[in-house]
Design a binder for this molecule. Structure first.
Ligand code: SF4
Length: 276
């Protein structure tokens, strides 16, 4: 399995800046990230295309951000990330030559340009073309796409639950083909943003929490402490960032996931009413 098209800027509303540290903050809400990207865009866009000016501006932004340290200190956050279009719907590197129109200013960020040029995240390897296309179609906005395309376990977990629900294989292309089904898939993936009741556990990012070195490490549910047995929804519950402290919280999170999977299955199996 691996993806044959470029996941970072696939178009049709989808774009990603996750590996540049976009979400690497305790508060990675859409509103806060929109504001940060706008500040970074407004800082670099008016500058002359000269490395010294860009390096100095990058230093200024990094210093100003010291009060909000990254959630995973081992993962760098690049200040060159910004909005690439006038409508502010597409996220990416402001120093990329395709964005500047010529100069390659990526060395002025926190990575070297050759690393930016060649890096591909694990999703390129672990997602199939069909799975990646489903995420692109269902999450056609910069905030949700980056959250979902980088969460292989979430995508696989949701599709596995759907296959259990339907007692058979599910072709992601069939989910894309019908607007009502695609909308239900969007609502399922959008739980990454909308799922309620996760606010007090800001020290996790989906399945991950920082270890003592600041590296992301995968976490698990403490079934013994919760007095619970494992359930098929738990992979997705973890990916959504739930840290249930009581059985009722775990039950509610599972039910939330189950209800959204039901909705996708229903949308996929209901026959459209033929027009008279
Ligand atoms: S996290 Fe993956 S898909 Fe997103 S910009 Fe980086 S390499 Fe591309």
């Amino acid at each position: 399995m691996s993806v044959s098209f470029h996941l970072c800027q696939p178009g049709r509303g989808a774009s990603c800046g996750a590996c540049c540290g976009l979400y690497n903050f305790r508060d990675h809400s859409r509103a806060t990230l929109t504001e940060r990207l706008a500040t970074q865009t407004d800082t670099f866009r008016p500058l002359p295309q000269e490395p010294e000016a860009w390096r100095s501006a990058a230093r200024g932004l990094l210093e100003a951000r010291q009060a909000t340290p990254p959630l995973f200190p081992a993962v760098r956050v690049c200040p060159l990330l910004g909005f690439l279009d006038a409508e502010r719907t597409r996220v990416g590197c402001l120093g990329h030559p395709k964005v500047t129109g010529g100069a390659d200013l990526r060395d002025c960020g926190v990575y070297r340009a050759d690393i930016c040029e060649t890096f591909t995240c694990p999703s390129f390897t672990w997602l199939s073309d069909a799975q990646a296309r489903l995420v692109q179609a269902a999450c056609a906005d910069w905030y949700l796409y980056g959250l979902v395309i980088t969460d292989v376990e979430l995508v696989r977990g949701c599709l596995r639950l759907l296959e259990w629900e339907l007692a058979g294989p599910v072709d992601p292309e069939a989910l894309i083909a019908r607007p009502a089904t695609l909308e239900a898939v969007r609502q399922l993936f959008a739980l990454k943003e909308t799922a309620p009741g996760r606010g007090s556990h800001a020290a996790v990012f989906g399945r991950f929490t920082p270890d003592t070195e600041g590296e992301p490490v995968s976490r698990n549910l403490d079934y013994a402490a919760l007095g619970a047995r494992a359930s098929p929804e738990d992979e997705v519950v973890l990916c959504l960032g739930y840290v249930p402290q009581r059985l009722e919280e775990l039950t509610a999170a599972r039910e939330l996931v189950r209800s959204h999977v039901h909705a996708v299955a229903r949308a996929l199996t209901v026959r459209p009413i033929p027009s008279p």
